[in-house]
Design a protein around this ligand. Structure first.
Ligand code: HEM
Length: 347
């Protein structure tokens, strides 16, 4: 350490004066409002970290190609797993807040009107960066307004700006579309089981039949869905080629090169699941605290939260792929060229 640079001091580095000087209950004395404030602030700090991690992952996927030699895919998965860890913690925190009883909450609830967690800018940024779209929202008219209980002008504009950026979901669909495993040259030596198929791509001609034979009598309708999702239209934001890539990765996840992509996809599903668990716990907690009263933010309260819980899944296309898996023993053997392309040492 040089003489000019003063030694770093713990509380200064962490700016604890600011953080610990920012709890100002509106109610006097013995209420639980301090807990209420601390929990919300802790949430907001963790939201900040989640946004930081998501930005790194979005940057990785916004490039022309993800550079596996530089470990970028590994880094993206690592960061998303950290988000999973944070969300698990955030779910646990709900239990601490529930040590406050409804009567304890009533002591100071009216002092908070019309503010609400609904106005959490960072929560909205997380939703938007992950890829929750306006048109997917439950009761769009509750959301994104500048009425009392809605957002202030600055936050409203900040949300609008984030909504115009590429979402993680959008970037993942593009990445999936870029996977190069269905280049015809790789499939020249593939042994078709059902050569008379109409798709033109040998693997997918076979897969339709393999899937069909895996369905029980009363499940035959699923074949139409398979055709729609993987042969004609795709699903949601995922095109046919993106859906094919996702299914192929899930089917052949043991191939060396698919292990990280498979982890990526399952981690995104984990994130969706944990967010939805948070929504569920928060909804139950809100119902327990305020019953059927409207929220401080002016929505119908628990009813709104239940609707958001049902509707605000982000990566549901990924979960739906499971419907179209078949047993591992039924999977076609891949031609040598594809096997080589999907192993580390020959790429
Ligand atoms: C006594 C505790 C709490 C109650 C009774 C409660 C109640 C509510 C209600 C009724 C809503 C719907 C909007 C409204 O009309 O106000 C809401 C939304 C929300 N609250 Fe809470 N909340 C509590 C604690 C928390 C905590 C600790 C957080 C953490 C940040 C939080 C974050 C949110 C978020 C992000 C929304 C928007 C959810 C969405 O639109 O999907 N809330 N809350």
């Amino acid at each position: 350490m040089t003489e000019e640079s003063p030694s770093l001091y713990y509380s200064e580095y962490l700016e604890l004066d600011k953080i610990l000087g920012s709890q100002h209950p509106k109610s006097a004395g013995t209420t639980d409002e301090m807990l209420f404030i601390v929990i919300h602030q802790a949430y907001e700090l963790w939201f900040k970290q989640i946004i930081h991690e998501l930005d790194i992952v979005r940057h990785i996927f916004s490039q022309e190609s993800v550079n596996d030699n530089a470990g970028e895919m590994g880094l993206a998965v690592h960061k998303l797993k950290r988000v999973v860890g944070i969300l698990e913690l955030l779910n646990q925190q709900m239990g601490i807040l529930e040590t406050m009883t409804p009567m304890d909450f009533l002591e100071f609830r009216n002092l908070l009107l019309p503010s609400s967690g609904f106005q959490s800018l960072q929560f909205r940024i997380i939703e938007a960066k992950l890829g929750l779209k306006m048109e997917q929202r439950y009761k769009v008219n509750y959301y994104k307004n500048t009425r009392p209980g809605g957002f202030n002008q600055r936050d409203y504009e900040a949300i609008t700006a984030v909504e115009s950026e590429a979402t993680l979901k959008g970037l993942i669909t593009k990445w999936a579309e870029r996977t190069p495993f269905f280049d015809e040259s790789l499939w020249a030596e593939y042994q078709s089981q059902y050569p008379s198929g109409s798709d033109g791509q040998k693997f997918w001609d076979d897969y339709k039949q393999i899937y069909k034979h895996s369905l029980s009598k009363n499940e035959q309708g699923r074949l139409d869905e398979l055709e729609q999702v993987f042969y004609r239209e795709g699903l949601g934001e995922f095109s046919v080629s993106a859906m094919r890539a996702v299914l192929f990765i899930m089917l052949y996840r043991n191939l060396p090169i698919f292990q990280l992509p498979f982890e990526l996809l399952t981690t995104l599903i984990d994130i969706d699941e944990l967010l939805s668990q948070w929504r569920y716990k928060h909804m139950l907690m809100a119902r327990r605290m305020i019953g059927m009263r409207t929220g401080t933010g002016g929505t119908s309260g628990a009813g709104y939260l239940e609707g958001a819980l049902r509707q605000h899944y982000i990566f549901k296309e990924l979960t739906e792929v499971t419907t179209f898996l078949v047993e591992r023993s039924k999977l076609p053997e891949l031609p040598k060229a594809v096997q080589e392309k999907t192993s580390f040492n020959t790429n």
